[in-house]
Design a binder for this molecule. Structure first.
Ligand code: HAM
Length: 421
């Protein structure tokens, strides 16, 4: 019979990798907490409408990549392809706006997009991210970008990361810009791909995102959005740039950066990494001042970002030594059935004191248990056999030094404390 395999575009996170995931999650938690952000966890599936309305029917995510099915009662449900819409839904549903004037939230978890899998691009992938609801000011944008920068720094990957920012304006600005962009593109429209031609009709700003060199050359002299900024948009952008300079976070203004989700207004940004290859976006985000209202809540401005955890880990692997697997301090070898309950009890006492202890549960010979202890790189072993049971003792072995000593069972905790202090 053929063996089962994980579905294309999905991956197991194996024991020798999970330590790195935990490290990254810990850094995210610490830095988010430092800035006063609390964790939110939302369900893995939602009503499909949430994403089609929130993220936008015309986006790649909604039009091509969602895992959607009809539930038994006829409701259309979707595995979440991103988390901002879910968090905004929860913010409205749970009236989080009434609990704090600014709701600062962070999250981590799996997302699902039916994209073509390649290195750094999966169908089930993981993000961590932050969202702040309640402030429309550029100080909030700076705070969000500073969190991203702080996490990149702590993970040791900020040197290879570059920040691109843009301000895609308020809706008022974009009406004028869309028109000017379309007027510019129209004479060349036949030189554009089918995808871009489709975007020309439905979402012309997304054409600026094109990966085609030919189209990029045509777009070189296209009108730029900053020429269409309202006074308010320009001021917002200038403040943000000043704040980033004050925070010593270098950036490039990229007037072609529009991002692929429809909810953005004003500030958008991305951190890319030179060590990632084709899928080089480490994280991306922006302001979404109209999203909460569009989803049925009160007018509430918001801004956030999300980062690909797999991409973070690839970048971290490339830039520093691999994190070692957890190794046991003590491998407890019991070679007499009568001693098993004492071995379980002593092991638990040692664990309570902070030692990592493995007890054998296979009732194997002393030789094979010792071999296992060495294989796992355990520092020490404790051996309990018939003679030790009778004497109330244990044999302690230092596997690194090859030394051995008999100790009293009642003294074992103190013995290990003295040893490790
Ligand atoms: P996004 O740009 O679609 O934004 O995704 C953010 C990050 O998730 C990307 O920069 C990338 O690192 C990672 N990512 C996306 N798709 C994949 C994939 N198929 N495989 C592996 N990693 C992937 C959002 O999701 C917005 N919700 C961000 C945001 C939060 N904007 C405001 N608040």
């Amino acid at each position: 019979m053929n063996q089962f395999r994980s579905v294309k575009g999905t991956h197991d996170i194996l024991p020798n990798e999970s330590k790195k995931w935990q490290e990254l999650e810990l850094v995210v938690q610490e830095i988010c907490n430092q800035y006063g952000y609390n964790e939110i966890r939302t369900p893995i599936f939602e009503n499909t409408n949430l994403f089609s309305r929130g993220v936008g029917e015309e986006t790649d995510i909604v039009s091509k990549e969602m895992y959607t099915w009809t539930d038994k009662d006829g409701t259309s449900l979707t595995l979440r392809p991103e988390l901002t819409a879910s968090v905004a839904r929860s913010f409205i549903q749970n009236n989080l706006g009434s609990q704090a004037i600014i709701q600062r939230l962070y999250y981590k978890g799996p997302l699902f997009r039916r994209e073509r899998p390649q290195k750094g691009r999966q169908r089930q992938f993981h993000q961590f991210g932050v969202e702040a609801f309640g402030s429309e000011n550029p100080e909030q944008d700076a705070e969000i970008i500073a969190i991203a920068w702080g996490i990149l720094n702590r993970c040791g990957i900020s040197e290879n990361a570059s920040l691109n920012i843009n301000n895609i304006g308020s809706e008022k600005c974009r009406i004028g810009y869309r028109k000017a962009l379309k007027n510019y593109i129209l004479p060349y429209i036949n030189d554009f791909s089918k995808t871009s031609q489709h975007r020309f009709k439905n979402n012309p700003l997304r054409i600026l995102d094109t990966k085609s060199e030919k189209e990029q050359i045509i777009l070189k002299d296209a009108p730029v959005i900053s020429d269409f900024h309202t006074i308010e948009d320009s001021k917002h952008f200038d403040y943000l740039k000043n704040y980033l300079n004050a925070l010593n976070i270098s950036f490039t203004v990229n007037d072609k950066l529009v991002r692929g989700l429809d909810y953005y207004t004003k500030t958008v940004f991305e951190f890319n990494s030179t060590i990632l290859g084709a899928q080089d976006a480490l994280l991306g985000g922006g302001r979404y001042d109209g999203l909460v209202k569009m989803l049925g809540g009160k007018q509430t401005p918001g801004i956030g970002f999300a980062a690909g955890m797999e991409r973070f880990l690839i970048a971290m692997d490339k830039s520093k030594k691999q994190v070692k697997m957890l190794t046991p301090d003590i491998y407890f070898i019991c070679i007499d059935l009568e001693g098993l309950s004492a071995s379980l009890k002593i092991s638990n006492e040692l664990r309570k004191e902070g030692f990592i202890v493995i007890t054998d549960t296979l009732r194997r010979s002393m030789k094979s248990q010792l071999r296992e202890a060495n294989k796992l790189n355990s520092k020490y072993t404790i051996i309990l056999g018939k003679r030790e049971i009778d004497n109330g003792t244990l044999i302690f072995k230092n596997l690194e030094r090859g030394t051995q000593k008999t100790i009293s069972q009642t003294e074992v905790i103190n013995f290990f404390h003295d040893l490790t202090n």
